[in-house]
Design a protein around this ligand. Structure first.
Ligand code: B3K
Ligand code: ZN
Length: 852
């Protein structure tokens, strides 16, 4: 397979004015007729069209059928020789046949439960018709659909709607990856929205009959998103209709097709009985994310796929801010950083590390990563720190004004910030082009009223990038008095050198620094021993909620890392937790986050970084011992909170009751370690909502004394929910995460025999496999059987759905952390996969990168 290079970008030598597509749907033989008006931009250029798995029935130019010698065909496309093309604008017409019913890769046109749907990003449109399938080729689309129904949807506004046939016209030029088509037996949950200029927009959420009662929350979230984008970014919706469709078989979360978003049903459908508080929050966030793409992604798109983070980083940044505004801002920030550290920092430290703007790839679907998305969002946040609130708004206004209707690059994006703020961002650009997470080492000194902070930045080499010049890092800093009072306003220090000092004068006594407030840059902090902050003090006093939480998290991590190497519970950590439990002023959602113990994967990483090879079994035990010790030390306070946080009245997914539930469940999690799961079992029986029911189920499995408690709860849950696909995904997932490590593999092996384990459905496959690999000590069992089981399933899925198989292979990205025996066991599985004949481009690129 070929490696695509950023440096080889060439503009497409034709302009596309209008694309007319005519679909006659049939499961085995859909006919696609395409008429594309083209204008040559260069003399004598051949016309290169992408196309995969298409049966060509006819091809003509200006009505003249081409002779077989006038074009060349391969399994990736078709080239019309320059001699066969007029020098003037012309009409290309093709007819192809495709078979959506046998499309198991869920890319292009495929079927899900009898319904037709599409997924074209990144390069799926070439599986529908011959086309220049690249984001810088933008055109207007007119689409006719017949042969199925009754509901027939495509992008843009409806032109003709009659029985068995519909026509749609999208007035906004767009790249082919934003094309969508849906047809089938669907019902709508509808509403409407009036835009800021007074235009009425029809809103529909299309689902299978029976599901329309679970769409209310998503519809309201859509309206909130539309309002927010008008108020915060001045962006108005630009069509008469906005459709969302929920499908059960979908490779990822959702897709922002123009005017016709297609969603994994998991991120649309919600009812109190079936969705957790976390699901509600995610649904709101994903609805917003896809909607926000209408401006950041669709109206302004990417020149090529190397620029993916132009639309994804910015849109994630926008959806994070939206959720922060709808809910508790600081809590949302903490959740986002937790996710960033767990996924992106992990990626950045391993063999899959890549820059937010990569410069080469074999399969672009492998680059829809935490680095492109979440680190991409952090970079936008840093820009905002550098240019300030008003500067940010000015830059975004200029971006929309200058680039509307264009396919852009990271250079265009940074230029807008330079032009509107006057700042030089050349060094800052390294955040886009360089991989790896910088580590800041901090030392400090105090003398004659002057306090000095010294920073040193270092980024370790990543694959293909040995040299890591210093980056431009905005570091938000506060200084606290020994009584915990803020001595200065939070200040952004701009670090640009490898080593740099910052001086604060006129201080009466040595301050306590609060570094990287709000997590102002995606870096790691190391404190030199003499500068080590008093974490318990910061947890108690820092006025910055992020740093308060982070101090607690650092303390917990230090303790549990020491315990995994034979140490004892740190009494200062336990005392700090005790103080937190008594702090009546703290927000429950915040306190809940402070009670979360570091994840086993994070503990493993910390050990690895300290030069030790992590022992998964010891990590599991240390974490359990710590949880048990905290529960014993604070039993009274925990059970008091557990009772006090009970929410009465009908379930609402709002932040306030959700926060109370999260604290309640965090206390329950600790208490379960000493009550044998008794409270969890009681809650499981009493719960009227999925948030508590599912959490209690997990605790019955993990803490239940004897087999009885967990197995009984699992059987009961299954009996109640076996007809509900989304809830059953949770059942598969939760029990694997909650299993004792030595039981995880046998449980996974028996679950794959369950008649409800439909492994061809991505949600079901992921719920089981991700649940198993999240059981850290179970997946990393010493005999390597966890690795083998997991690899077997990747190999089984790959021929059907390479995208999902490749994505799930990242469970192996941490192999280099572990002891030599585990390393060789994991490498052996990666090698076995890599050597499999007929392996997909997706999975072979991933395994090759992981093997290094
Ligand atoms: N843009 C899509 C993701 C497409 C993934 C292709 N493998 C969803 C999103 O980021 O909004
Ligand atoms: Zn996106």
């Amino acid at each position: 397979t070929v490696t695509k290079l950023l440096s080889e970008y060439q503009p497409f030598p034709f302009d596309l004015e209008m694309v007319r597509l005519d679909f006659q749907l049939d499961p085995k033989a859909t006919q696609v007729r395409a008429r594309i008006s083209m204008r040559p931009l260069r003399a004598a250029a051949p016309l290169e069209l992408d196309g995969e798995g298409l049966v060509l029935r006819k091809i003509s130019v200006d009505g003249r059928v081409l002779a077989r010698t006038e074009y060349s065909q391969s399994d990736t496309g078709l080239v019309i020789h320059a001699a066969a093309l007029p020098a003037q604008p012309f009409m290309l017409e093709t007819e192809v046949e495709i078979a959506p019913a046998s499309n198991t890769a869920l890319e292009g046109l495929y079927m899900s439960k009898g319904m037709y749907c599409t997924q074209c990003e990144a390069e799926g449109f070439r599986k529908i018709t011959y086309y220049p399938d690249r984001p810088d080729v933008m055109a207007r689309f007119h689409v006719t659909v017949s042969g199925a129904g009754p509901v027939l949807l495509s992008n843009g506004n409806p032109v003709v709607q009659e029985a068995g046939r519909a026509e749609w016209l999208d007035p906004w030029p767009k790249p082919a990856y934003l094309f969508a088509l849906v047809a089938g037996d669907l019902v709508a949950h509808s509403g409407s929205f009036t835009t800021m200029s007074g235009r009425a927009v029809a809103l529909n959420i299309w689902v299978r009959a029976g599901d329309e009662t679970r769409c209310g929350f998503a519809l309201e979230a859509l309206k909130r998103s539309m309002t927010w984008d008008e108020q915060v970014y001045g962006r108005e919706y630009d069509l008469d209709i906005f459709n969302i469709v929920a499908v059960d078989d979908f490779n990822m979360g959702a897709m922002e097709n123009k005017g016709l978003n297609i969603f994994n049903s998991k991120w649309v459908l919600a009812s109190p009985e079936t969705a957790t508080d976390g699901d509600y929050e995610r649904i709101e966030g994903i609805i917003a994310h896809e909607y926000f793409h209408n401006w950041t992604g669709n109206r302004i798109t990417c020149r090529d796929w190397f620029q993916l983070c132009l639309k994804e980083g910015l849109t994630v940044y926008r959806d994070q801010n939206f959720t922060a505004d709808m809910r508790l801002g600081p809590v949302k920030r903490i959740e986002d950083v937790m996710a960033l550290r767990a996924r992106q920092f992990r990626e950045d430290r391993g063999p899959l590390a890549h820059p937010p703007r990569p410069d080469n790839y074999k399969e672009i679907n492998n680059f829809y990563t935490a680095t492109v998305y979440e680190k991409g969002a952090e970079i936008v946040g840093m820009l905002r720190h550098l240019v300030g609130e008003e500067g940010y708004r000015a830059a975004l206004d200029l971006y929309f004004e200058r680039h509307d209707g264009q396919a852009c690059t990271i250079e265009d994006w940074l230029q807008v910030f330079e032009d509107s703020s006057g700042r030089d961002l050349r060094q800052f650009k390294r955040w886009y082009t360089d991989a790896g997470t910088p580590r800041l080492t901090i030392t400090d000194s105090f003398k004659n009223g002057t306090y000095t902070l010294d920073f040193e930045q270092k980024t370790v080499p990543t694959p293909g990038q040995d040299d890591k010049p210093p980056r431009h890092i905005p570091i938000a800093v506060g200084l606290l008095s020994p009584q915990g009072r803020d001595l200065i306003e939070t200040t952004i220090l701009e670090m640009t050198e490898a080593r740099q000092s910052f001086v604060f004068e006129g201080l009466a006594e040595r301050p306590v620094p609060s570094i990287l407030r709000g997590f102002s840059a995606p870096v790691e902090l190391d404190f030199a021993p003499e500068a080590a902050p008093d974490l318990a003090f910061l947890l108690a006093h820092d006025s910055d909620p992020f740093n308060r939480w982070d101090a607690g998290g650092r303390l917990a991590l230090q303790t549990v890392v020491a315990m995994a190497q034979g140490g004892a519970v740190d009494p200062s950590y336990s005392a700090a937790i005790g103080a937190l439990l008594k702090d009546g002023a703290a927000d429950p959602a915040f306190s809940a986050l402070c009670l979360h113990l570091p994840a086993q994967d994070q503990i493993a990483q910390a050990l690895h970084e300290a030069g030790k090879s992590p022992d998964p079994e010891a990590i599991y035990q240390a974490r359990e011992t710590l949880a048990q010790a905290l529960a014993m030390a604070h039993e009274a306070a925990l059970s008091e909170l557990y009772e006090a946080m009970a929410v009465t009245g009908p379930y609402r997914p709002d932040p306030e009751p959700a926060g109370r539930r999260s604290l309640r469940l965090a206390t329950l999690s600790l208490l379960s370690r000493i009550d044998g799961g008794a409270r969890a079992r009681t809650l499981f029986d009493a719960a009227d909502n999925m948030t508590e029911s599912l959490a209690a189920l997990g605790l019955c499995v993990s803490a239940g004394v004897g087999v009885g408690v967990g197995e009984a709860a699992l059987a009961q849950f299954r009996a109640r929910w076996q007809g509900d696909r989304l809830v059953m995904d949770k059942w598969f997932n939760t029990q694997l995460i909650a299993s004792k490590p030595d039981q995880a593999l046998s449980r996974a092996q028996s679950l794959v025999q369950d008649p409800l384990y439909d492994w061809k459905n991505p949600n079901r496959f992921r719920s089981l496999m991700a649940g198993f690999s999240a059981n850290h000590a179970g997946f990393h069992r010493q005999d390597g059987e966890g690795y083998r089981f997991y690899a077997d399933w990747l190999l089984r899925l790959d021929p059907l759905n390479p995208q999902v198989a490749a994505r799930m292979s990242t469970a192996f990205e941490t192999w280099a952390r572990y002891d030599l025996q585990r390393q060789s066991l994991m490498r052996a599985q990666l090698m076995r996969i890599a050597q499999t004949e007929g392996l997909s481009r997706d999975l072979s690129e991933m395994t090759a990168r992981m093997l290094g």
